[in-house]
Design a protein around this ligand. Structure first.
Ligand code: GRF
Length: 207
């Protein structure tokens, strides 16, 4: 059984959706540790209620890499195979990324490469896009730039606010994040340059 490590900073609805799918046996893995850089993150409290190993690792006053060393140590201690960023509001250092090469996923609430960074739903609305959505990608050293594993498209309606659009996108986030995790755990994702190709056979095997 593979081990997941979840990193979050806030509400934690993506974490909860993953945890539900793990509990239902739909994701073949165990959540080995949940880490938050914010003590008050509701997601951290939920993880504790669920009886998971949940760790608050404070970032205040620490240099980026020093902080990342603490987090990587916690993930390694829990023998994590795949790291899932679920609303983790920090940019990872190259040290972190090299510790888990091609083994870190992130979810972003827009169709990358459109609208990277903060407030992606508001960006899409204000730009006037007719469709937006969400993206699960492998984390590289840029911000929201790594190879794309899964995307889902969501319409932008004329009477949308950033909040109503975010809610519509969030439903799809909850669905595709678990899908992408399964593909990664089952070694179905093959990276060629910028492209994450989904193969019906196991990586390394003859098709
Ligand atoms: C989501 O919109 C996700 O796409 C973005 O941060 C938000 C986290 O929400 N990266 P939650 O904490 O999972 O509810």
């Amino acid at each position: 059984m593979k081990n997941l490590g979840i990193l979050l900073s806030g509400r934690g609805s993506n974490f909860e959706a993953i945890a539900r799918n793990v509990a239902a046996g739909k994701i073949p893995a165990k959540i080995a540790v949940v880490v938050s850089n914010r003590e008050e993150a509701p997601g951290l409290a939920r993880a504790r209620e669920m009886g998971l190993t949940a760790r608050f690792i404070p970032s205040k006053g620490k240099e980026r890499e020093a902080y990342d060393r603490d987090v990587v140590a916690a993930l390694e201690e829990a023998q994590v195979d795949l790291v899932c960023l679920a609303g983790f509001m920090r940019i990872l250092s190259p040290y972190f990324i090299r510790a888990f090469p091609r083994r870190i996923l992130n979810i972003h609430p827009a169709l990358l490469p459109a609208f990277p960074g903060l407030d992606a739903q508001k960006q899409a609305l204000e730009y006037g896009a007719k469709f937006s959505g969400c993206t699960v990608h492998i984390v590289d050293e840029g911000v929201d730039t790594g190879p794309i594993v899964c995307q889902a498209v969501v319409p932008v309606l004329d009477d949308d606010t950033a909040e109503t659009l975010a809610a519509r996108i969030l439903k799809e986030e909850h669905r595709i994040y678990s899908q992408a995790i399964c593909l990664m755990l089952e070694d179905k994702v093959r990276i060629e340059g910028r492209r994450a190709l989904i193969t019906p056979w196991k990586y390394g095997q003859t098709p």
